[in-house]
Design a protein around this ligand. Sequence first.
Ligand code: ADP
Ligand code: ZN
Ligand code: MG
Length: 504
Amino acid sequence: MRQDVSKAGGLVPLFGNGGWEAVIGLEIHVQLNTRTKMFCGCRVTFGEPPNTHVCPVCLGHPGVLPVINEKAVEYATRIALALECRIAEHTIFHRKNYFYPDLPKAYQISQYDLPLGVGGHLDVELEDGTLLPVGITRVHLEEDAGKLIHAGGASGRIDGADYSLVDFNRGGTPLVEIVTEPDIKSPEQARAFLMQLRNLVRQLGVSDVNMEEGSLRCDANVSVRRPEEPFGTKTELKNMNSFRFLHHGLEAEIERQIALLEAGESVVQETVHFDPVTGRVFTLRGKEEAHDYRYFPEPDLPPLELSREYVERIRASLPELPAARKERLIRQYGLSSKEAAILAADRPLADYFEAVAQATGEPRLSANWVLGDLSGYLNARGLDVEACPVTASALAELLGLVLEGTLSGKMAKEVFEAMAASGKCARDIVAERGLGQISDVAQLEAVVARVVEANPGPAEEYRQGRERVLGFFVGQVMKETGGQANPQLVNDLLRKHLGTAAKA
Ligand code: ADP
Ligand code: ZN
Ligand code: MG
């Protein structure tokens, strides 16, 4: 793959030798963590015994009536607002008709031409620090289907089993579907977008957004073209259930499409499947049914009217979102764009940083520590900051000792390790280990005077203008004090003494 750096807006990756460019749009499903399902009172659960959270409504029995879950509407509105969508004043639900064994009603209640939110965007922070604006076409509410369990395993008749089972616990779980514009240009960008979206939704507190458990799912639409040409025919990669699969699946599919086009063949619009084991994509050509869902307005549900007061109330209740927080971290603490981006993407870490910066009054030193030693410590152990044995106030106390001159930066690192290992506070460790830096002027002055007196030769050299001799004296004072003298103070005192001696 070559990188063409000539384009504005960061790197636009070109694929293969023919200078192909990828065009990608994502369709993301977010399972909401409401207490109950979208249209009935069954609990939303995960990992419970099959078919234990079902009722006539979510099993699609005739003669029952769905009722809209108000919390799900609120959560979907939170997502749509966080993506800066316009929220519909008037929306309705439709029935999307199709047959599949995990869908007992033979239709899914979804939204069609009047989605809850439209016209949003999410600006993705790319590796090189540039922003990729990705348009959000729509955000809508729907219900999940049940879950098929293939007794023979995902690929068919392993162990002789040739049947599938269905668990309806998931059926009727509230889902938010988010559809992007085809603004994404590479597998890396697709992955970065999805990660940032996951972060955003997690911060809204409306979903577990866990790809392994299926509370965050992603379908990827992709086509290739030569730059400046119209879009090519797209294919759809279904259910990319990890960031790595999304990335690798797109790579493999882009490669397949380029090979087809370069061989003079054409891409067929269809669903393609990615096999993570072989790393290859395959199609089920011919078996694919043409989709004609025959959407009908849902006659059993009233229209959803979202008053402007309601929308504004939800907007006001949103937490500070990553993009806004990033800007504030730069403004308020003078952080670099990169530092602010790292913190803004990780709310607990940013909270931790802000607590340390406020307690010490020294944002620069605090950022260096939180993004340096602290993050290094956490990463090495695979810990989240919430599980860090050194709390923000404990770190602030340690940095206070550095700021008052009791500890050098090097000593502080040692104390930090000891704090993390023992859970003790900085002052106790300093006292126990006799680590304190000597910053007592009278005490150091005596040492400095002694050292200067004992070395008349070098003192004379210094007075003749050999600045470098100062280093020799600093070394002598450090030796006398077992390395515990405050270096800045030693420097000041030496200059003073050597100067005074010169005048004398
Ligand atoms: P469909 O009618 O097949 O559902 P849509 O226009 O609704 O297609 O788009 C579905 C998704 O596919 C969106 O995320 C959109 O951005 C993306 N998409 C549309 N056209 C293309 C294309 N030519 N190449 C890649 N992605 C595309
Ligand atoms: Zn139910
Ligand atoms: Mg569509």
